[in-house]
Design a protein around this ligand. Structure first.
Ligand SMILES: [Zn+2]
Length: 398
């Protein structure tokens, strides 16, 4: 049977969490084209996914010696001359909140926080960002890109890739290194390493972020919304200056400046639930009083109205919705059992996110019916079948 996106033909579910082997692993966004073949998460011979194996390894880590390594790194860069000594990118969500707060108030660093705002702020997202700065107490630089261009690129990324969140991911990944270069701040700290959730385990053995995620030497290798830079300029009449916010830092500038990009989660044991409690306590973070559609949680990634749609599209493309991501992580952290996780996936995965749907479609100027047609066209036949006129997953976690 043919599969889309180069997905593995045989669908398997991890024996420990509820993740399936269809989950793509991190891949430089700006290389993403309609015909890309996504590398997917590795399962070992016992049927356990790399994310679960990494969670197991994490239990063996000597966190005290990791913290000592962190102290050495911070001692090397700490400044007391009134200048910033590090950058913490983020939205004021729980992870960036705890990262910035620990660095400034526990470790005596002088972070500049840097924000790539959501495409469409939720009220809670905007309030949490404000509280991060006001209650947490940080300087912040936000970079809001040209709205007309962002709407167009978001629409193209849906039409060409069914990937509504691409402009956000690109801006968010690329902004901090560029701000670091501009201000000559040599240290950037992200919170947790997304590789923990499924990249090859070797990626987690270093605290340094892979440079391929934020540099590239050639402009014509870069695609936004699945369209090349020259085509965006010619066909859509977009000025290069309006595309720059999405592009990686200049390769030559990066080579000339010794920038280090680290994950705090490499040095400190990081669990989402603890980050949540810490952020509530110290930076005025608030969960939403209502459940996020497509899952059961109230505090993960609640800043952007488009986020819910993003997970709906992963459900279409890979058969993996937001509840699968959330439950897998919580099983690994010991907060829910696998049996509970399976029930949560059956109950919430793939729920249609209608709360902001119309508003999002109006904003980017996409016909809701076209969106639904794009979703159906994105369903890989090895994952989906029609039963009595309804789309049904061929394989479900059990
Ligand atoms: Zn697993």
């Amino acid at each position: 049977m043919t599969t889309k996106y180069g997905l593995p033909e045989e669908v398997k579910f991890c024996k420990r969490c509820v993740m399936s082997n269809q989950r793509p692993v991190s891949y430089p966004e700006f290389k993403h084209k309609p015909d890309r073949k996504a590398p997917t998460i590795h399962f070992d011979e016992d049927g356990i996914c790399d994310a679960c194996r990494y969670a197991e390894q994490k239990e063996q880590i000597d966190w005290q010696s990791r913290e000592e390594q962190l102290l050495q790194l911070l001692d090397k860069y700490r400044r007391n001359d009134g200048q910033y000594d590090c950058i913490v990118p983020g939205s004021g969500g729980k992870d960036s909140a705890i990262a910035a707060h620990l660095l400034k108030y526990k470790y005596g660093m002088h972070p500049l926080t840097v924000t790539w705002p959501p495409i469409m702020y939720t009220d809670y997202g905007f309030q949490n960002w404000k509280n991060w700065i006001e209650v947490g107490g940080f300087d912040n630089e936000s970079h809001k890109p040209n709205g007309r261009v962002q709407r167009l690129l978001t629409k193209l990324s849906i039409q060409n890739l069914l990937h509504p969140f691409q402009t956000f991911i690109l801006g968010q990944k690329n902004l901090a290194p560029k701000v670091a270069l501009r201000h000559q701040i040599p240290l950037v700290f992200y919170g947790e390493n997304e590789a923990e959730y499924g990249n090859p385990i070797a990626d987690n053995s270093t605290s340094l972020r892979d440079k391929s995620f934020y540099t590239t030497q050639h402009l014509n290798e870069i695609y936004l919304g699945g369209v090349s830079i020259p085509e965006l300029q010619e066909k859509y009449d977009i000025d290069l200056v309006d595309l720059l916010p999405y592009l990686p830092a200049d390769h030559q500038q990066l080579q000339a400046f010794p920038l280090e990009v680290h994950y705090l989660g490499y040095y400190l044991k990081w669990t989402p639930q603890e980050a949540y409690y810490y952020a509530v306590e110290n930076t005025g973070f608030q969960a939403r009083p209502f459940r996020t559609q497509g899952t059961y949680s109230k505090y993960n990634s609640i800043d952007d109205k488009i986020d819910d749609l993003h997970y709906y599209t992963t459900f279409m493309k890979f058969g993996i919705g937001r509840a699968t991501y959330d439950a897998s992580q919580e099983i690994r952290n010991g907060h829910v059992t696998r049996e509970e996780g399976v029930a949560l996936v059956h109950k919430y995965d793939g729920e249609f996110p209608d709360r902001y749907f119309r508003e999002v479609m109006d904003y980017i100027g996409l016909d809701p019916e076209e969106f639904m047609e794009l979703c159906d066209a994105a369903r890989s036949p090895h994952l989906w079948e029609q039963v009595n006129g309804d789309w049904t997953l061929r394989h479900q976690v059990s």
